[in-house]
Ligand binder design. Structure first.
Ligand code: ZN
Length: 228
């Protein structure tokens, strides 16, 4: 159990409030690892310019990074709870709602690959990103109705074949480049040694933007067609 601390001017010291506990945020703002975070310092703020009830630092044992939390007091339970944090503990704000809803296996694998990378596991995070892109491309073909489920889920349908089935040239180019780097990260000999995980992530960001753009254009087209 962690208790909030406060500053007592009369004694010029930091005291502990034994009646007010602090809730563990259970998520890291950097790598979004879920699980107990190490609470470094929870402090009550009562000044007239303080917007929140308290401030807290937490340390993540996985990525060893520190998150700053702004706390709000629940008056019924006397508990201080993280209301917002820097960086944000909400992982989904990096991908759009459309991507989160339609490509959830991709989002899950991508976040795991990112955690591996932040944990220093450079040798396997590239394989994770490679797997993530296979799920993204497969679901893309289904969401945009370019191929049937039986074709996409057939183990004989390679990632190369799936990428070849993409009609949008920007998406096709980005997916191809990502898969090439991903293959390099998986195999013994690199074909493109000057490209690495950082390029891969930038290309993935570009690919997600293109998918969001295509979705918006598709919706706009539907609206215009209804008028005619
Ligand atoms: Zn972390």
């Amino acid at each position: 159990m962690e208790y909030i601390k406060y500053y007592l001017s009369e004694y010029s010291g930091i005291e502990t409030d034994d009646e007010s506990t602090v809730k563990n945020p259970s998520i890291c703002g950097h790598c979004h690892n879920t699980g107990k975070q190490t609470i470094i310092f929870p402090f009550q703020t009562t000044g007239k310019f303080d917007d929140n009830s308290g401030i807290m630092l937490t340390f993540c044992e996985l990525c060893e990074s520190t998150t700053i939390h702004y706390l709000k007091k629940d008056d019924i339970s006397n508990e201080y709870i993280s209301e917002k944090s820097i960086p944000s503990t909400i992982a989904s704000n990096r991908t759009s709602q459309f991507v989160n809803e339609n490509f959830s296996p991709f989002v899950e694998i991508y976040n795991q690959a990112k955690s591996a990378e932040q944990y220093g596991l450079n040798q396997i995070s590239g394989m994770g990103y490679r797997k993530a892109i296979e799920f993204l491309v497969s679901d893309y073909l289904l969401v945009f109705k370019l191929k049937e489920l039986a074709w996409v889920s057939n183990p004989k349908t390679s990632l190369n074949k799936k990428i070849a089935a993409i009609q949008n040239n920007q998406i096709k180019t980005l997916a191809k480049a990502i898969s090439w780097i991903g293959n390099d990260e998986t195999h013994y000999t690199k074909q493109n040694p000057e490209y690495g995980i950082d390029n891969m992530k930038l290309f993935i960001n570009g690919l997600l933007s293109c998918i969001d753009l295509e979705n918006q254009v598709r919706k706009a087209t539907e609206m215009i067609n209804q008028q005619n």
